[in-house]
Design a protein around this ligand. Structure first.
Ligand code: 5GP
Length: 140
């Protein structure tokens, strides 16, 4: 039993995929269960589990591909817009433990929702809490 991820097996050609773009460090292919026509995944070829695990240069490569493909996908399926997102960790909905960026085309009136819909109930945070959180993130 291998603990290689399904995406490593796609990179290695063991599992077929509709590859739309490839670089030395990245691969992009159509999602097997698309949320919309053109739903594409962009991955680093190395199986970093989460965004924080990817070296800076590899993360930059992944995002450069997202930047390059987004308008091409939009044009290919005549979408009006796209959502770009990462389920970064199981609690955020990550099922495949191999970093991947979803590019999901959106169409006027498609009934979908914005990325704001992914979280639970909005918290009620006072100014002190907001200051503390900003400091903690900013390292202040
Ligand atoms: P996650 O929930 O981990 O962010 O999303 C994983 C995505 O990978 C899902 O959208 C799912 O449809 C897609 N996926 C899972 N297995 C395969 C596969 O074997 N091939 C392709 N092309 N996509 C897959």
């Amino acid at each position: 039993m291998s603990d290689r991820t399904i995406f490593e097996r796609i990179v290695d050609g063991e599992i077929p995929a509709r590859v739309v773009h490839e670089t030395e460090t990245t691969l992009a292919f159509l999602d097997a269960s698309p949320l919309a026509p053109g739903h594409t995944l962009v991955i680093p070829k190395e199986p970093y589990e989460r965004l924080r695990d990817a070296p800076e240069d590899v993360a930059a490569d992944v995002f450069a591909v997202v930047r390059e493909l987004t308008p091409r996908i939009e044009d290919a399926v005549e979408a009006d817009a796209v959502n770009v997102g990462i389920n970064d960790g199981p609690e955020a909905g990550q099922e495949v433990p191999h970093l991947h960026v979803h590019i999901v085309p959106r169409f006027e009136g498609d009934g979908g929702r914005p990325i704001h819909a992914v979280a639970g109930e909005s918290p009620d945070l006072d100014d002190d809490e907001l200051d503390r959180i900003a400091d903690a993130i900013g390292g202040g």
